[in-house]
Ligand binder design. Structure first.
Ligand code: HEM
Length: 227
């Protein structure tokens, strides 16, 4: 254990979780800088704009959480699957709050969301490692930056619980503890060097898919800006 701690400190024997973070950091920063998200968090968008983001997010989680069903008995993927992460009911509740009971009629994939979902269908349903890569990207993001986003949305738009349920993990009392445990599972996952490299490639690709999703929404930004 000492050796591992030491390694992490000096970045030599860093665990897989740390390596993922380091080798996807540039993609994270790029995705984080989307204008759509910036304007949303600055309070410049309408509720319709926020709802547009949630409709696309809904489609992504609908696929990701369906993919989880294929891996429930898989020794690599199963340890990551946790009911307390499930976001689809929270997204449905937020969309109903924002758009009314007919919200599902307004859920249509943009081309980028369709490509994101197609990628999930292509790799995350059949490859446990690719599934974990996409799982990591979404849920670790939601438990990290998502918590900052939640507070900014609260401040900018006055939402408290309704409209923000997607960001509220009411069954995870301490996100930091949950994330540390998640990272420990990544460190322990039995990936070969080649599988680790492909995992990191998939996370980087998935950041790009999220960036494209924001870009499609940004193309319509005039419609969503508060006048
Ligand atoms: C304004 C937007 C965003 C902000 C302010 C933000 C902020 C952060 C912060 C502060 C962390 C570090 C948390 C920690 O070390 O525990 C983090 C981690 C993370 N974020 Fe973001 N983020 C944003 C957008 C995104 C997006 C769009 C995604 C992906 C779709 C994402 C995915 C992640 C992931 C996967 C991690 C975990 C990294 C790791 O510890 O391995 N973030 N984010």
């Amino acid at each position: 254990m000492d050796v591992l701690d030491h390694g992490a400190e000096f970045g030599e024997l860093a665990g897989f979780a740390e390596r993922i973070k380091a080798e996807t950091d540039a993609a994270h920063r790029q995705t984080e800088q989307s204008r759509f998200v910036g304007d949303l968090l600055a309070g410049k968008l309408t509720a319709e704009g926020y709802a547009a983001l949630l409709t696309q997010t809904y489609l992504v989680y609908e696929s990701l959480e369906r993919a989880a069903g294929n891996h429930a008995a898989d020794p690599v993927a199963a340890p990551f699957i946790a009911p307390e992460l499930i976001r689809l009911p929270a997204l449905a509740a937020d969309l109903e709050f924002l758009l009314g009971p007919q919200w599902l009629d307004q859920v249509t994939a943009t081309p980028a969301t369709a490509a994101y979902v197609a990628r999930l269908e292509e790799v995350a349903f059949t490859s446990p490692a690719a599934f974990v890569a996409h799982h990591y990207l979404r849920y670790m993001g939601d438990l990290s930056g998502g918590q900052i986003i939640r507070r900014m949305l609260e401040r900018a738009y006055g939402y408290e619980v309704d409209g923000l349920r997607f960001y509220i993990f009411d069954q995870i009392a301490k996100p930091k503890v949950f994330k540390d445990e998640y990272r420990a599972k990544l460190d322990q996952a039995p990936f070969s060097a080649d599988e680790q490299a492909r995992f990191i490639d998939e996370v980087n690709l998935a950041y790009g898919l999220n960036g494209d999703l924001f870009a499609d929404l940004e193309a319509d930004i005039d419609r969503y800006l508060v006048k």
